[in-house]
Design a protein around this ligand. Structure first.
Ligand SMILES: Cc1cc2nc3c(=O)[nH]c(=O)nc-3n(C[C@H](O)[C@H](O)[C@H](O)COP(=O)(O)OP(=O)(O)OC[C@H]3O[C@@H](n4cnc5c(N)ncnc54)[C@H](O)[C@@H]3O)c2cc1C
Length: 261
């Protein structure tokens, strides 16, 4: 592709709201667009009438309390990757889910808000957080589980923050890529609390889906988890290949969870 063929993003007006409610009101117009890190937006939205920049709203934070981690929408993927509290509590699983995404400079730009709001099929971030007790907080619709949010139709709400509860589950994240830093061909996160497994499988290539399974041995968890999931084909792999890989990843992740426990 030559420079002449690349369509650069054009923004007619730049808006910097002073509150989340103002940002929400501005976002109700179809021609307006919320900006996260703009890493995806600049590739798929060449013309934006009014760009709504959330960076003046203090949404770039990770707050750790006794019960949970609260992560603001403008927190970068790199902050997620390097936060010592997240690393310790989830034993590197969240770091593992983001460390393959393009490169450090890219992850310094891409945000948690854009990654979750996008609900991308290839999303490592969505896949990982679905297997944890994660909630999202939206300006208009309020609080809901990440699984509910992932199933919702797209609307013009604004994601303010996510909350990951410290509910004691052990979690392991694994993905398979054809080449380093490419989109995943298959991705999974497996967590366990008491007798219950939470298995999230992403890059099918549809967006991540969660299976909640009780009392299954790790060896057969992969078969069981994907039994009701649909897999598809694209240039990165066939449905059959993805399903076979996903089963193996789930089994490996489940065994790793048991070893950690
Ligand atoms: C080349 C490339 C490779 C990638 N590879 C991977 C990969 O391997 N794995 C992976 O998981 N991800 C991958 N991604 C996705 C990336 O990690 C981010 O998820 C993506 O760029 C969106 O984040 P952003 O901050 O750039 O959001 P933006 O591009 O700014 O926004 C994305 C969408 O979300 C909306 N939005 C942003 N913030 C909010 C908010 N707070 N509330 C409501 N709506 C909002 C925007 O209006 C837009 O529609 C890749 C992206 C690119 C461009």
């Amino acid at each position: 592709m030559t420079m002449e063929e690349i369509e650069l993003v054009t923004i007619a007006n730049y808006l910097r709201p002073e509150s989340l409610s103002e940002a929400y009101e501005l976002n109700q117009k179809k021609a307006n667009r919320v900006l996260g890190g703009m890493m995806w937006l600049r590739l798929c939205s060449p013309r934006i009438q009014n760009a709504i920049d959330l960076s003046g709203l203090d949404l770039d934070y990770i707050k750790e309390t006794e019960e949970a981690f609260e992560i603001g929408a403008m927190c970068s993927l790199r902050s997620l990757e390097t936060h010592p509290g997240l690393e310790t509590y989830f034993r590197g699983a969240i770091k593992e889910s983001v460390r393959h995404i393009v490169g450090v400079q890219f992850r310094n730009q891409a945000t948690v808000g854009g990654s979750i709001y996008g609900r991308f099929g290839f999303s490592d971030v969505l896949t990982c957080l679905l297997a944890l007790d994660t909630e999202v907080v939206l300006v208009h619709a309020g609080k809901m589980t990440l699984a509910e949010f992932a199933d919702r139709k797209r609307d013009r709400d604004i994601l303010e923050k996510i909350i990951i509860k410290k509910d004691g589950r052990r979690v392991v994240y694994l993905s398979q890529r054809a080449t380093k830093t490419d989109f995943p061909v298959a991705a999974c996160a497996v967590s366990k609390k008491e007798d219950t497994w939470y298995v999230s499988v992403g890059a099918r290539p549809a967006k991540a889906e969660l299976a909640v399974i009780h009392g299954e041995p790790a060896e057969t968890l992969g078969e069981k988890a994907v039994a009701d999931m649909k897999f598809g084909s694209n240039m990165r792999g066939s449905a059959e290949y993805r399903e076979a890989i996903a089963k193996v990843l789930v089994r490996r992740a489940a065994n790793a969870v048991l070893e950690e426990s």
